[in-house]
Design a protein around this ligand. Structure first.
Ligand code: KG4
Ligand code: ZN
Length: 342
């Protein structure tokens, strides 16, 4: 590892529908700007073509704003980092092409980052109120595209020990929300309505999987669909009259599935340091249950700050920092990868 102890990195995240740029000084975040793309809500999901066009519109102003907020001139930067994958190819290409040109123009190194690794390593962003996890730990990585239990051995050694066989948790939230007539992304809305509802009002089934650490959410989605159709036939105002209870019941079923898998993973690996990461880790019920699990299962749990749960560039920057220390640079021929493993 290099002994350089003052490293400024500009990181770009553009894997899906949020354009993020962050500036880090070593492991500390100086600025973290995210431009959301409202355009997708009317389509009930991300439209890839529109996403890449919006990234092109946002990237220059977001970079300018991040530099301004960090009070950094681009000449002070030591490296440029970008999300290499996994993600939507058209979106990834905007960030990767911009990062390459910027690194070339400034004559500084380029760092490519795996988006899922970044969700996990967001826990290592320096913060006075947050403790960094100790290795090895388990991380439940839950987002709109992924659901994994990852055994994190160190910064660059991670093993997926359980994952979804069909839909991701975020999709389960978003698709359930769509059935209820809620806008995209529906996860935060289900969370909001659930706060006022009864989690035991309705029963939804928890799926069984061959590998006890794997997940499956497609059956849950179908059972919610049939349930809603049946109830609406009897009472056309069923959704409006029971929205809070339906959301609370869906949320509590999903949370129960997740926690049971984590308990099984902790048992199987003997690891009791447990973290959550990814957009769905913003969910209030999941956070609450994980906090309670500290005492219940004698775990040490790590819950990320809200701003580092959904897609952001600070998490790309922290991986880039550790890659910089380890001299893991990319050359300019590197390309974005829609599918990318650890
Ligand atoms: O990590 P992320 O921002 O993007 C991906 O990499 O996919 O995750 C987005 C997902 C969406 O499915 C969104 O509905 C979900 O995270 N999400 C939530 C909450 N906030 C975001 N799901 C449940 N409760 C929330 N509070
Ligand atoms: Zn993500």
């Amino acid at each position: 590892m290099t002994t350089n102890n003052s490293i400024y990195i500009l990181a770009i995240e553009s894997s899906c529908d949020d354009t993020g740029v962050a500036i880090l000084h070593n492991d500390k975040v100086l600025s973290n700007v995210v431009a959301n793309q409202e355009i997708h809500s009317q389509y009930g999901g991300v439209v890839p073509e529109l996403a890449s066009r919006a990234h092109q519109q946002h990237i220059v102003p977001v970079i300018d704003q991040a530099l301004k907020l960090a009070k950094i001139d681009k000449k002070q930067l030591n490296a440029i980092a970008f999300t290499m994958g996994p993600g939507l190819m058209g979106s990834l290409l905007v960030g990767s092409s911009f990062a390459k040109s910027m690194a070339l123009a400034l004559g500084i190194p380029l760092l490519g980052v795996n988006h899922m690794q970044a969700h996990i390593l967001a826990h290592f962003i320096k913060d006075d109120d947050q403790q960094k996890p100790l290795f090895p730990f388990l991380c439940l990585t839950i987002s709109g595209g992924h659901t994994q239990i990852v055994k994190v051995i160190d910064f660059f050694s991670m093993k997926v020990i359980g994952e979804t066989l069909d839909d991701a948790v975020g999709e389960a939230f978003d698709k359930s929300a769509k059935l209820l007539g809620l806008d995209y992304p529906g996860g935060p809305l289900v969370d909001k309505y659930a706060q006022l509802g009864d989690p035991n009002a309705f029963d939804f089934p928890e799926p069984k999987t061959k590998n006890p650490l794997d997940f499956s959410f497609s059956g849950l989605k179908t059972s919610i669909l049939y349930f809603i159709q049946k109830q609406v036939k009897k009472n056309p105002s069923f959704i409006a009259e029971n929205l809070n209870d339906i959301c609370a019941s869906i949320q509590s079923t999903i949370t129960s599935i997740l926690i049971k898998k984590l308990v099984a993973a902790a048992k199987q690996t003997g690891i009791s340091h447990i973290a959550i990461a990814g957009g769905v880790s913003a969910n209030s019920e999941i956070r609450k249950v994980l906090m309670e699990a500290e005492e219940k299962y004698d775990w040490k749990t790590y819950i990320p700050k809200f701003e580092y749960t959904t897609d952001n560039a600070a998490m790309i920057g922290i991986v880039a920092y550790y890659k910089f220390l380890d001299q893991q640079f990319e050359d300019l021929s590197v390309s974005a990868q829609a599918r990318m493993k650890f």
